[in-house]
Design a protein around this ligand. Sequence first.
Ligand SMILES: Cc1cc2nc3c(=O)[nH]c(=O)nc-3n(C[C@H](O)[C@H](O)[C@H](O)COP(=O)(O)O)c2cc1C
Length: 178
Amino acid sequence: MKVVIVCESMFGNTEALADQVRDGLRDLGVEADVVEVADVQDEDVAGLDLLVIAAPTHALSLSRPTSRADAVSQGADPRRARAGVREWLADIDRYLPATAARPPVAVFDTRVLKTKHWPGSAAGRASRTLRHAGFQVIDRMSFYVEGLTGPLADGEGLRARDWGAELPESLRRYRVRA
Ligand SMILES: Cc1cc2nc3c(=O)[nH]c(=O)nc-3n(C[C@H](O)[C@H](O)[C@H](O)COP(=O)(O)O)c2cc1C
């Protein structure tokens, strides 16, 4: 089984969780890697059994160039603002054409813990975009940070590792239901 996690992260929290999800998969012997969204090459997403997309929530949704610039003004490395999941999804036909076999997708985001009850999240937006484009979204999850720049809320690293380790079973259950 081959899985790639396409990850956007301005302050490193989503990336740290993507590494945990990868490790949860690797614990099961799954071939899993994390690729920064700005660096994805066509071959990275070829022949996947599962694509995972990870992004921070900005303004109740996926980031935009303006919100990433805002993050840079609050201390994020400008290199992390080069590209976002929103733009990558807008171009996804280039990487995964509708005419070819497309992998199922799982999506997670990060959000600030104290806004847990707010509607709207990066994963919600990404799931809708993916479904609209014809992808099967098998699972969607939010993980929490304490504040805008982090750190991760208590236990979230472990929860992400467990979520990663459960993805093959989530995929199996999805296939049985479909
Ligand atoms: C411009 C901007 C807007 C944000 N809007 C939201 C929001 O609507 N809801 C939320 O829970 N967190 C929001 N956040 C906090 C981010 O979710 C947080 O910075 C992110 O989860 C940290 O992950 P990262 O280190 O991978 O970037 C916002 C952050 C920025 C920079």
